[in-house]
Design a protein around this ligand. Sequence first.
Ligand SMILES: Cc1cc2nc3c(=O)[nH]c(=O)nc-3n(C[C@H](O)[C@H](O)[C@H](O)COP(=O)(O)OP(=O)(O)OC[C@H]3O[C@@H](n4cnc5c(N)ncnc54)[C@H](O)[C@@H]3O)c2cc1C
Length: 423
Amino acid sequence: MPGSRGFDVKRYSVFAIAREALRWHRGWERAWATPEPKPEYDVVIVGGGGHGLATAYYLGKNHGITNVAVVEKGWLGGGNTGRNTTIIRSNYLQDPSAAIYEKARSLYETMSQDLNMNVMFSPRGVMMLAQTEHEVRGYKRTEMANALQGVKTEFIGPERVKELCPIIHIEGPRYPVLGALWQARGGTARHDAVAWGYARACSAMGMHILQNTEVTGITRDASGVTGIETSRGRIATRKLGLVVAGHSGQLAEMAGFRLPIESLALQALVSEPIKPCMDVVVMANTVHGYMSQSDKGEMVIGGGTDGFNNFTQRGSFHHIEETVRALIETFPMLSRLKMLRQWGGIVDMTGDRSPIISTTPVPGIFVDCGWGTGGFKAIPGSGWAMAELMAKGQPGPLAEAFGLSRFREGRFIDESVAAGVAH
Ligand SMILES: Cc1cc2nc3c(=O)[nH]c(=O)nc-3n(C[C@H](O)[C@H](O)[C@H](O)COP(=O)(O)OP(=O)(O)OC[C@H]3O[C@@H](n4cnc5c(N)ncnc54)[C@H](O)[C@@H]3O)c2cc1C
């Protein structure tokens, strides 16, 4: 593990598993410490989701800043990080997006080794179906943009789609499959493990992971931020990162500024487990649905967001109906499946469907939000970029285009096609 200044963490290895097997698994230790809050930290990150934890990790790993607290009101990954459908891809249209998502995707390739935690990264391939002529043209354009950006994608025809995913009905009467944008090294990962892996590595560096600690206020003086009020008392800091996804508007309000963010519920559901029948991820954006199969055999299904702003972190019946109805023409086998569970998360949407990694009107406060329906895939890239911004006070190349000033200056990074429904 990185450094030995913090919580003493033993490496996970095949030898550790063998050793523990011999002593009835009684020697495993806690993955991260549960300390009392200190009165002051060099940096405080609000939000113990993937993005907040990755920011803390790269502050330590890349910039040597370890007097850091991550403050989470619930449990680690209990927000969107533990509620998403785990799709990882980087086939975005605009250059700044492709750069940060591809950086993230490439960090996922070695994350298990880097964090010494099996995050079950599974680059099984992601296909985005083209089911209208408009989509065919759009995805061919993205394929060319990706070629120039160094992101490997390919537009494939319907026969290849069928070969890669035999359960797809490609001759649907309303929405026949005309092709797909295929990213062979896209895929999925285990979302909780990503949060746990970063938390464990942060704790090993001596950082404080403070769960069940809600931020209720932000204090400032004439020169900038001075600290936070929490359910466990006041904590002083001169550098504060707000990384709270759908709650970004509320935290910004505590700090005295506004963000161009809307909060919406996004839902997903899983079917009963069945035998392996699909070893790729398929997204069907025209009909608003996407699907993959989990290692347990459940079909993991997601749809679009609610059509109105809200903070309801749970599922609703009309969404199951809408999403399954949308997918059934393309996947007729779904009509025979029972649905097991559904849930929701609160996503943070910007007008141009691109994230915000930025300084704010309050000196010392930084925000990382606006990842909307598609930020799981971005976690390592976002953490890398946000840590650089917080350590240096100004954005590096990955974050440069994602500042708040773009909304005033009209420099939008329009990803509504890549990210409107797709995840
Ligand atoms: C149903 C669904 C499906 C999705 N599918 C995908 C997908 O397939 N691929 C993909 O890339 N993305 C997907 N996403 C989006 C992705 O989950 C998010 O973009 C990402 O997880 C955001 O991570 P985060 O760390 O910014 O936020 P979160 O994980 O939400 O973490 C923010 C944390 O801040 C905490 N917090 C809030 N307020 C306070 C406070 N006052 N004090 C202390 N802590 C606070 C919350 O408790 C929360 O844990 C999906 C999202 C949902 C809901």
